[in-house]
Design a binder for this molecule. Sequence first.
Ligand SMILES: O=C(O)CCC(=O)C(=O)O
Ligand SMILES: [Fe+2]
Length: 307
Amino acid sequence: MKPTTTPIAPADPADEAAMRDLPTMRRSLGREHLLTTVQMAEFVSQGFLRFDELAPRELCDQLMAELNAGLYKGYETEGARWDEVWPEPLAAGRIFRLPRVRGIIESLVGPHPRYDHHSPHLRTGPDIGHQRLHQDAEIDPRPSGFDIQVSLFPHDVPPEMGGTLFVPGSHFRRVHESVIGRYHNVVGQVQTVCKAGTIVFWHTDLWHAGRANRTPQKRYMFKLRLNPMVRQLRLWNTDDLCDPAVQQQVRKTLNRAQPWQGQESRLEKMQRVRLWREITGDPTFDLNMYWTRTGNAPQAGYTPVDG
Ligand SMILES: O=C(O)CCC(=O)C(=O)O
Ligand SMILES: [Fe+2]
């Protein structure tokens, strides 16, 4: 018997317009809250953006009280619309939906991302050792796009409390979750020693670890993972994208090597170009002709020039 094939209806322009107006595409706030092009290049280059004291202290204090009262269980409503998780007056909802926080989220994963999970990571202390270096997103066969994790530090984290450690620029190195646990220190690593209200927005493939909390106090890192529900194309404030000075800064940022990369930093630069092309929609962007050279295939369609 012949397999039945589903006929493909011709695209109706009215449907396409309606698709563009789906709630997932609708902006929830003004462009002034979105990331700039250079900030976006920073994210692509190092895999995270850190904003110190972004959430006000009174909301952090409220969140601490709610955490200590056991109000946040983790993995509560997987797959829910993120806008509906933690209805106000819960502090987590109020903090993550502050325009300044929401604008950064929208710039990275679109206006209405999907809640994946959250975890109020707690290190009770005093610890005798660090968490092993790992990648949270080891099962991710997607060829493009990325999820983000948002790490909120609701209280001051002095060095002896051992904030989360990140390895800048490691997000393009996919590994099997904990195999990197044997690396205790990586040159260029950064530890999140910070004031209450600091938030780090990071690519889910970034290598990281909780550092030991040597104090007897509780140390929290409230982590939220979000999935994009729209194509991650020019979601930030792109008003400055064509400015030559901005373009120059973008190139400088994407060309910056991390100390652990050595000569192999060229591999990272190629990955950054690949992602930059994807999120800007510009397939001609390149650094040092890395992709222009390796993608050159004259044998596939050489047309002699007339005369
Ligand atoms: O506690 C931390 O700082 C990090 C925790 C973490 O990343 C994890 O358990 O997956
Ligand atoms: Fe983790």
